[in-house]
Design a protein around this ligand. Sequence first.
Ligand SMILES: *Cc1c(COP(=O)(O)O)cnc(C)c1O
Length: 356
Amino acid sequence: MSIYIDPAVAASLRGFEMPEKLGFGTVMAPVMFRAVCQDGCWSQGELVPYAPLALDPAAKVLHYAQSCFEGMKAYRTQAGGVSLFRPERNAARMAHSAARLCMPPVPEALFMDGVRTVTAYCANLVPATSGESLYLRPFLFGTQADLSVSASTSYEFYVIASPSEAYHAGNMRLWVEREDSRAALGGTGDAKVGGNYAASLRSVARLKERGYDQSLWLNPGNRNTVDELSGMNFFAVINGELHTPALSGSILEGVTRDSLIDLARDMGYTVHERAIDIDELLGQVAEGSCDEAFACGTAAIVSPISLFGDGGREYPLAKAPGPVAERLRQMLLDIQEGRAEDKFGWMHPVEVVSID
Ligand SMILES: *Cc1c(COP(=O)(O)O)cnc(C)c1O
């Protein structure tokens, strides 16, 4: 289907000034993509100026949280072009998240039109500094104005974008969360939905008071094996081999996680996907066989973990940042920014549209 380009888009883009300081996710590109779905039928996609939304106060999303999102990046490559990283994985994951919440999946072609069109028109906003990128945020929510508890009959899909610095999580101090859960067994932990984040906020607020940065979530069924962080997946290096929790049903399947597994194996590392018992892991940190751990996700790519706190004890990692995390981060970034061969076919170049 063709995409409608609002004539006001050119003026919005021309009038946009890139601020000196970008931060992460705070500067918004002046255009957005939108499409609406009524009774299962999707409208034409449109690129329009960035603007507040009009929502009926009874819209289902505001009461019953029918909403999911994605996070992905467009990178400036060595050759000067702009490329998306594995966008089809985000399209598939958004369809999975939507289905979990009884929302119509955004058709893959419409999702790709959205992220490609925003990137193509915002190509000048993709920063050239290594580690910086245009962060893309596709999202879908139910808009039907009706307080009865049932799936909405109408939905809106948007893609907004934010030129961003690298998200610096730093050397993270993790708190092993033994009380709260971010997701339930049979719940929405493997879907990228805002409700999981809402459920994670109290834990993070509490641990910040104690001097920690992020919660390490345990499996909500056994409360004994490691799941992930609130928005990043988890890896530990034990005796030189990589270990990451096997997908448990309450873990969000990260594109970065998946890519790092392939990349690490290709670089000669042994990678285990398995249930990781938290007490066993802390014992291995204490005795030194686990000397490195890190988290990964689109925003921060790879973030080293410096320490685990659990009850009254602290378990510092010997190496933070460790050499395995550093090597993987650099290799992934080299592929994303076009300095290394894209041997897995992960990069999708976008044909840029010039304004004027
Ligand atoms: C988005 C997200 C991740 C990371 O996924 P990527 O595709 O690598 O960005 C990990 N955990 C949770 C809970 C997430 O929402």
